[in-house]
Ligand binder design. Sequence first.
Ligand code: ZN
Length: 404
Amino acid sequence: MKRILLGIALAWLASIGLVQAQDFSALARVEPARSHVRATDGQTEIVLGISQPVPFRAYLLDGPPRLIVDFREVDFTGQNPADMNEGGALQGLRWGRFRPGWSRLVAELPGPMRLLEAVEETAPDAALVRMLLEPVSPEDFTARVGAPSSALWDLPQPAVTAAPHRRQDGARPLRVVLDPGHGGIDPGAEADAQSEAVLVLTFARDLKEAMTRAGMEVLMTREEDIFVPLETRITVARAVGADLLLSLHADALAEGEATGATVYLLDDAAQDAASQKLAERHDRADLLAGVDLSGHDDAVAGVLMDLARVETHPRSLRLAQVLAGAIKAEGLKMHRHPVQGADFSVLKSPDIPSLLLELGFLSSEADRVRLLDAEWRKRMARAVVKGVESWAQADAAEARLLRK
Ligand SMILES: [Zn+2]
């Protein structure tokens, strides 16, 4: 059974990794001069000029009311959605790559609306995608929301196992899932022309190499700058039977003192204002990227998972402490509270020790310089490998003891 699940997950991961190197000049481009957002007579019009015709679909989601437009990959390089929404007809507008080969536009609507029109006018070398919306009652809106399901647009979902998997006891290589945060339509924090999504992916590649050299099996939730919903990140870890999920971030915080690395573990009662803000921002990224959270179907056996959670939390805590110790021992800068609890959705696997490592904060110039320094990344990767190795040894010893 496990072998089959692993096969499915690997095929899924491969489908992420197997995007052909694309010639960007051949991609359709958004043309700002032919694009606009306009509110007139209560109606809202969104027009996108695109350099060539592309297949697309448009639909509505709630919480907050949003219009989602998916289309064949379009090159948005150099285009700022805020410029198009200058008049403020929309609460927010964002776009970017969503899945390999596909782009997405998400428009936060001023209230409940319906789509009067969603058409594409095409000429051989140009296209105009035009959407017209008008306000409706909340009840009317509720009746209209939901993503259409179609094999053309949806990737196969990885399978979910029904019982906790056996914890590692040192008999086989440690299986680690690295989760570079954000990606694609969700760049994460941005500062000084750097995005969190790209920086943490670079570090994840370095870390994967270092871990592989140390004999660990490493899988990544994304191998490129692509959007991955939070739930999928957990599902991938479960489906491959990960011994450990390590999510990598470098967020921005307004607080002036946010600098240095921080290790977070799940604490759903966490009160700290800064970590609450981070948790909200991570969940909000899913929302704004147009993930439909309403149809969530939890196939995991509840009682077994509650038991697993009781055992997993102290394992995560030990890992957090050992990891923080290893980073400190390497002489790397840590936050003044190096281990913290936070209510991060990505850490909610009941049976897989999970941590979120903020490598530093993009809001800090010193941290940005460090993240961009290959030598620093090498040292950080070395520290993480050491920490994970010594944790895994002690954890395996405990597993063997408990089994006796
Ligand atoms: Zn982040």
